[in-house]
Write a protein that binds this ligand. Sequence first.
Ligand code: PLP
Length: 390
Amino acid sequence: MKFDTQAIHAGGKHTNPEHALNPPIFMTSTFTFDNTDKVDDVMSFKSDDYVYTRGNNPTLRLLEQRMAALENGKGAVAFASGMAAISSVLFSLLRPGDNVLVHRTLYGSSHSVVTETLPRFGMGFRIGDLTRPGDIASMVDDRTRVIYFETPSNPNLDIIDIRRVCAFAKTRGIKVVIDNTFASPYFQRPLELGVDVVVHSATKYICGHGDVVAGIAVANDPDYIMSLKFEYMAEFGGVMSPFNAWLLLRGLKTLGVRMRQHAANAMAVALHLQKHPKVTQVFYPGLAGFPGHDIAASQMSGFGAIVSFEVRGGLEAAKRVVNNMHLFQLAVSLGDCETLVQLPAAMTHRGYDHARLAEFGLTESMIRISVGIEDIEDILAELDSILANA
Ligand SMILES: Cc1ncc(COP(=O)(O)O)c(C=O)c1O
């Protein structure tokens, strides 16, 4: 099956005694047993029936199987949020004394988990510029067990060569974990390029409608999936609600349609911004002159829909732009139908040390747009109107 078909049908036959077109929502905490023999079968993993929703649930299982198919992996684990997925994966792969190498630009809370939470448990971190894969050997040491990054990165759209990082990591026995939130599996399938674990804030494009907070991790190693599910997700307890899994299954049906419209709109926005006299810099991997454009073209089938930019006049001008919006919304998050605009340094990346923002590829005045799927004429008219305030 092709991607758009898989997004609607993949995941096998769902438990559905009444033959409803849509899967039921198994809104239950617990499952009953006919007798103790059945209990023994499930508890010893001889049967994959259900016990308790923090371990397994048919609605969650269908979502996990569909996401595994879309990322071309062997299994997936659903989590209560993207951060639950990210922190559980990092804790599952690191031990005290180990360290993780991360790219300099990460989503703010991911940066905080790595630089503040992990060290409290004896796990270290190293920060490098992974857009320079030729230098990675100098960024790791013999206790580096994981390389973690986003590509495109949030919010400056850095592009990292996934194949090259994975080729290096394999020579050192290091696991590679990617946050694939910006691209979604529609535009990028990192497991096919050698990555060990893909994580998502499913809150974003997977959901697509801004009504769920959720996360997911996908991998190719079934033993790792079992360990992540039962030793980390189920034990830390960051389980997804079956209702949210059902909303994500609904969102996934239109992932391809939405991503095509998002990306077409984003390209038009990036080109429009590039020509605008009040704009000094545009960050979008689809632009031919953008650093990383060629690598993005070689590992993505489209460039996504996040565009960042700088306006003449710095922070004060940027604030005037975002304080005078009508169609666009001033909001964190991304990947929704609505166009959402924010100032990362003041919002999603507020936790970064502001004195060192430049080291992390940010400025205080950078504006990030999550380009929605509204009519492009309305989007461009709003852009012109808000830029007039810069
Ligand atoms: C790239 C990226 N990764 C992870 C997250 C965290 O996901 P969640 O908010 O679902 O916990 C976000 C949230 O904005 C994000 O943008």
